[in-house]
Write a protein that binds this ligand. Structure first.
Ligand code: PRX
Length: 644
C-alpha cells in the first residue's frame, strides 16, 4: 500500500522546537546514553530532591522491576501550580467551557487554581485523607474535577478517577478494588443538555462498597439530591478551611494515580502510575508532539475519566505552564458547529480529539465547519483508535485548511502518554499512520512464534525497554501486571496491538489482537460485556465480539443463547441492551444482539471467536477451517440469522 506523504512544511521545519535533525539527535541520545539523556530531561521538572538515578528496570521474570528517578523527590501538584506562580501567576491556567453555549465560560489563573487546589486539598485532609490513601473521583467535566485531582496529588493521596458515564455497579467495583474510603462527586453532571444523576449513582454504589466512608459532593447543577450521614457538601466544607496547604514531598516512585482499564480477561485492572516518571512523560510528550509554546491555548477534548484527560488536559499542559481548556459538553451539541465555535471563542491553537468524533462530525458535511473561522488553529491531534485516511484528510483539509499538521498519537492507559507519534517539525505525515516512535521508545514487531520481525512487515507490537511513563503495576495484583504484559514475549512489553511497519519504518496500528474492542475510542473488554449479559436471568451464555462501525470504529456485537423455554424477541434484545447499559454504562451498550441456539465451540468447549468475528463483520464467505468444531451445523444457523 502506498500512502501519500505530507512533508514537513518549511515554516514548521524552521520554527518548530524540534526539526528532523533534532529528532534524530534525541532518538540517538536516548538510545546510546539513556541515563544521561533521562537525567537531563528530568530537569524540566521541579524537584525537591533531584534524582541521581534514571531508569532501573528489568522485564525478566527473575528480576522483574521498573523504577525511574527512584532517589528523586517531588510533588506533582507543585510542578503543575506552585512553580508557575512567580512567572505566570496571572496567566490563565484553565479555561472552562460550559455545556450550554449561552453560559459564560470560567477562567482560573495559575494563582487562582493554586488556591482552589489547596482549598480542595484541605477539605480532603479534613475528611481524613492522608498520603497513600486512595480517593475515587466520579465527576462531570467541571473545574472542581481538576481541583480534586490536583488536590490528591498535593497531599499524596492516590486518585482513581472513574468516568462519570460508568454505572453504579462499575463504580462500586472500582471503589472496592482499591479500598477507597472517600469518593468525590457532584450532585449531577451535564452533557449535551442532559443531566446525569451522579450522586444518586454513588449512593447506589455505596451499598456494594463497604470501604466507602465519606462522599464529598460538589454542587454543580443545584439539582435535588439526598444527603445522608456519610455525605458532605463541598462548598460547606470549603468555607471552613484555608487556602494554605504545603505540597507533600513524594518519592518519584510513589503512586500518583490509579486508572481502571479493560483487559482481555476478568475485571478492569487498576493501572498504577508513578509520580516522577509519569509527570515527566506527560510534560515531555505534550511539548514534543504538540510543539507547545507559551501563549498557546490547548484543548484536549477528552474526559478526565480517561488517561487522555489525565495526561493532556491536566498533568502535561499544567506542568508546562500552558493554558488548558476543559469542556463540559459534547462536540456536536447543540449542533455540529459547536466544537469549532469553542475553538473560535477561545482562540484555540491546538486541538486533540478522537477519530470517532471526527467521523461523526464529518457526516454532517463541511458547512458546520466552514461556517466558523478556526484561524487560531496551528496543530491538530488524534488519539484513541486508528484514524482512517478519509477522516485524516477531512481533519487536515477541511478543519485545518491544509495548514495544521495532524498528530496521530498511539499510546495506551498503560503507557502514560504518547509512544508513537509524529513531531510536527520533524516528521513527514502519512494519513492513517502514527508514524515514528518518540525518543526513548524502541518498538519491535513479533510473530506468533515469538520471533522478531525485521523490515517492512506486520506483527504484534512490543516495546523492548522501559520509558518513564510506563505503568508500574496493576493495583493489588503485581503478578497480573507481569502475566498480562511480559509473558507473551518474554523480556518485552506486549501492547496487545497489531501493527504494520512500512518501507519507511512508519508504524500503522491495525487494532487489538486480543479480546479487547475499541468502541468510539473507549476500550472495552468483551469479557466484561459477556459477564453483564449472563447476569440476566434469561441468558444462558453470551459471546461478544467487535464489528466494524462507520462512526464508532468498532461496535459491540453480542451472540446470546437463551435459557430453555425463553423465546427470542426484539423486545428481549432491547431489554438486554438496556441491561448492559445499566450494568456497565452507556458506552458498553451492544449495537447488535443475535440470539443463537448454540455457539460454535471446539470439542474441548472453547468458543471459536474467530468465526464469530467473521460473521459479525459480514465476512461469511471466508470462515476458514470449521472442521474442529464440535457441531459445524451451528455455524450455518449463525450465518443465516446474522443481525444487521
Ligand atoms: O488499540 C490501541 C488504541 O487504543 C488502545 C489503548 O486504549 P486506552 O488504554 O483506552 O488509551 C486510549 C488513549 C491513548 C491501544 O491499545 N489506540 C490508541 N491510540 C491509537 C490507537 N490505535 C491506533 N492509533 C492510535 N493513535
Amino acid at each position: 500500500m502506498t500512502a501519500d506523504l505530507f512533508p514537513v512544511p518549511d515554516e514548521w521545519a524552521t520554527q518548530a522546537r524540534i526539526d528532523a535533525a533534532g529528532y534524530d539527535r534525541l532518538y540517538a541520545a536516548a538510545k546510546d546514553g539513556p541515563d544521561a539523556f533521562w537525567l537531563e530531561q528530568a530537569k524540566r521538572l521541579d524537584w525537591i530532591e533531584a534524582p541521581q538515578k534514571a531508569g532501573d528496570w528489568s522485564f525478566d521474570e527473575a528480576d522483574f522491576h521498573i523504577e525511574w528517578f527512584a532517589d528523586g523527590t517531588l510533588n506533582a501538584a507543585a510542578n503543575c501550580l506552585d512553580r508557575h506562580l512567580i512567572e505566570r501567576g496571572d496567566q490563565v491556567a484553565i479555561i472552562w467551557e460550559p455545556d450550554v453555549p449561552t453560559e459564560e465560560p470560567r477562567r482560573f489563573t495559575y494563582r487562582e487554581l493554586h488556591a482552589e487546589v489547596c482549598r480542595f486539598a484541605n477539605v480532603l485532609k479534613a475528611n481524613g485523607a492522608t498520603k497513600g490513601d486512595r480517593v475515587t473521583i466520579y465527576m462531570p467535566m467541571i473545574p472542581e474535577a481538576a481541583f480534586a485531582v490536583l488536590a490528591c496529588a498535593r497531599i499524596g493521596a492516590v486518585h482513581s478517577v472513574v468516568f462519570g458515564g460508568f454505572s453504579a455497579d462499575a463504580l462500586a467495583g472500582r471503589v472496592q478494588d482499591c479500598d477507597s474510603r472517600i469518593v468525590v462527586t457532584a450532585d449531577e453532571g451535564r452533557r449535551g443538555g442532559k443531566r446525569v444523576a451522579l450522586k444518586a449513582c454513588v449512593d447506589e454504589a455505596a451499598a456494594q462498597a463497604p470501604s466507602l466512608e465519606r462522599v464529598i459532593v460538589v454542587r454543580a447543577t443545584g439539582g435535588d439530591v439526598a444527603m445522608g450521614e456519610r455525605d458532605v457538601w463541598y462548598h460547606e466544607a470549603a468555607a471552613q478551611v484555608s487556602t494554605d496547604c504545603p505540597p507533600e514531598p513524594m518519592n518519584a516512585e510513589d503512586p500518583l494515580f490509579i486508572l481502571y482499564t479493560s483487559g482481555s480477561t476478568g475485571k478492569p485492572k487498576g493501572v498504577l502510575h508513578s509520580t516522577g516518571g509519569y509527570l515527566l512523560w506527560a510534560s515531555l510528550t505534550h511539548e514534543w508532539c504538540f510543539d507547545y509554546r507559551p501563549g498557546d491555548v490547548w484543548w484536549c477534548a477528552a474526559d478526565i475519566g480517561w488517561v487522555t484527560g489525565h495526561t493532556y488536559i491536566l498533568y502535561g499542559p499544567l506542568a508546562n505552564g500552558a493554558t488548558t481548556l476543559m469542556y463540559e459538553g459534547l462536540p456536536n451539541w447543540p449542533d455540529a458547529s459547536r466544537i469549532w465555535q469553542v475553538v473560535d471563542r477561545h482562540r484555540v491553537t491546538g486541538l486533540f480529539t478522537a477519530p470517532t468524533a471526527l467521523r461523526a462530525l464529518m457526516k454532517e458535511g463541511d458547512a458546520p465547519v466552514t461556517a466558523t473561522d478556526r484561524s487560531s488553529l496551528r496543530i491538530l491531534g488524534s488519539v484513541g483508535e486508528p484514524i482512517n485516511p478519509e477522516a485524516w484528510r477531512w481533519y487536515h483539509e477541511v478543519v485545518g485548511e491544509g495548514r495544521c499538521p495532524i498528530i496521530d498519537t498511539w499510546w495506551q492507559t498503560e503507557t502514560g502518554g504518547a509512544l508513537i507519534a509524529p513531531l510536527p517539525g520533524a516528521t513527514a505525515l502519512k494519513p492513517g499512520s502514527a508514524t515514528r516512535p518518540l525518543p526513548g521508545i524502541f518498538p519491535q514487531l513479533m510473530d506468533e512464534k515469538g520471533e522478531v520481525l525485521e523490515g517492512a512487515t506486520s506483527g504484534n507490537l512490543c516495546i523492548t525497554g522501559s520509558w518513564p511513563g510506563q505503568m508500574r503495576t496493576v493495583w493489588g495484583d503485581h503478578d497480573r501486571f507481569f502475566q498480562t504484559y511480559f509473558t507473551t514475549y518474554p523480556g518485552k512489553y506486549f501492547t496487545g496491538d497489531g501493527c504494520r511497519r512500512d518501507e519507511d519504518d512508519y508504524y500503522w496500528i491495525t487494532g487489538r489482537v486480543d479480546d479487547v474492542i475499541n468502541v468510539s475510542g473507549h476500550r472495552m473488554g468483551t469479557a466484561e460485556v459477556e459477564s453483564a449479559l449472563v447476569l440476566h436471568a434469561k441468558v444462558a451464555e453470551a459471546a461478544v465480539v467487535g464489528m466494524p462501525h462507520e462512526v464508532k470504529g468498532q461496535g459491540i456485537y453480542a451472540y446470546v443463547t437463551l435459557n430453555g423455554g425463553v423465546a427470542a424477541s426484539e423486545e428481549l434484545a432491547a431489554e438486554l441492551k438496556h441491561w448492559v447499559r445499566r450494568e456497565i454504562g452507556p458506552i458498553a451498550t451492544p449495537d447488535a444482539i443475535q440470539f443463537a441456539p448454540a455457539l460454535p465451540k471446539t470439542r474441548s468447549g472453547k468458543i471459536m471467536r474467530r468465526i464469530l468475528r467473521k460473521i459479525a463483520e459480514g465476512d461469511t464467505g471466508a470462515l476458514g477451517d470449521t472442521s474442529t468444531l464440535a457441531d459445524p451445523a451451528v455455524v450455518d444457523d449463525l450465518v443465516a440469522n446474522r443481525v444487521g
